[in-house]
Design a protein around this ligand. Sequence first.
Ligand SMILES: C[S@@+](CC[C@H](N)C(=O)[O-])C[C@H]1O[C@@H](n2cnc3c(N)ncnc32)[C@H](O)[C@@H]1O
Length: 236
Amino acid sequence: MTGAPADKVFGRRHGRKLRRHKSALVETLLPRLRVSLPAPLPGPGARLDPRSLFERPPAEVWLEVGFGGGEHLAWQAAAHPGIGMIGCEPFVNGVASLLSHVEVGGLANVRIHDDDARPLIDALADASVGRCFILFADPWPKVRHHRRRFVGPANLPRLARVLADGAELRLASDDPSLVSWMLEHTWRHPDFEWLARGPADWQTRPEDWPQTRYEAKAIEAGRTPVFLRFRRRARP
Ligand SMILES: C[S@@+](CC[C@H](N)C(=O)[O-])C[C@H]1O[C@@H](n2cnc3c(N)ncnc32)[C@H](O)[C@@H]1O
C-alpha cells in the first residue's frame, strides 16, 4: 500500500489475464458496486455520507484499504450483514477476486472503489467510518521509499478525520520494520490509542479477523504476523 506522494499509486494495477467469468464480473457486476467519486472532489461542507452508497443504509460503514483478493472483506461482509463494507483496491485481479466472493456469497452490503483509497477517504464525511482495516500493506523496505508507506504521517490524519469516535483501526504486517514504523506513527498521533494490554493481543489474530492471502504466504515463508488494533479517541 502506498502513502505518498498524494496522487500516485506505486503498486501494480494489472496481473495475469483474467479468466472469462472474472472478466465478465468486472464488466457487469463492478459497475453496479463501484463507488465513483465526483470530480472535483467535494469540499468540507459537501462530503459524502458513505451510508448513502448502499441500497439499504447500513448501521455503520467499514472500510478496507488494499483488500488484495478480498477474502477478509467478504468474510466481514457475510458476518456483519447490517454493516456496509467499502473496499479500495487498484489491482484489477484483486477486484475480480472480490467480485467472485460477492457473487458466490450473495453479498448485498459491499461497495468497491477500484482505485487509490486516498481520494475516496478525502471525499468521505467526518466521523463517517466505524472501522478501518489495512492488512499487510506494502512494506516499502528501502529508506527512500518509507514515505510511500500507507500508514504514516500523510494518511493518519486522513483516517482520524473519517473515523468515528471509538472506531477501530486494524493493522497487520509480517514486516518488523513496517510494524515498528506503524506503531511509532500511530502512537505518536494524538487521535489513536493502542488497544493491546499484553503480547497475546498483538501476537494472536482475533477470532473476528480472518486470515488474508498475504498472511498465509507470510506464515508459509516462516515470517510472523503482528496484529495491531487502535481506537480512534473521542473528539473533545
Ligand atoms: C501486500 S498487498 C496485501 C493485500 C491484502 N490486504 C492481504 O493481506 O492479502 C497490499 C495491497 O494494497 C494495495 N494498495 C497499494 N496502495 C494502495 C492505495 N493507495 N489504495 C488502496 N490500495 C492500495 C495493493 O494493490 C495491494 O493489493
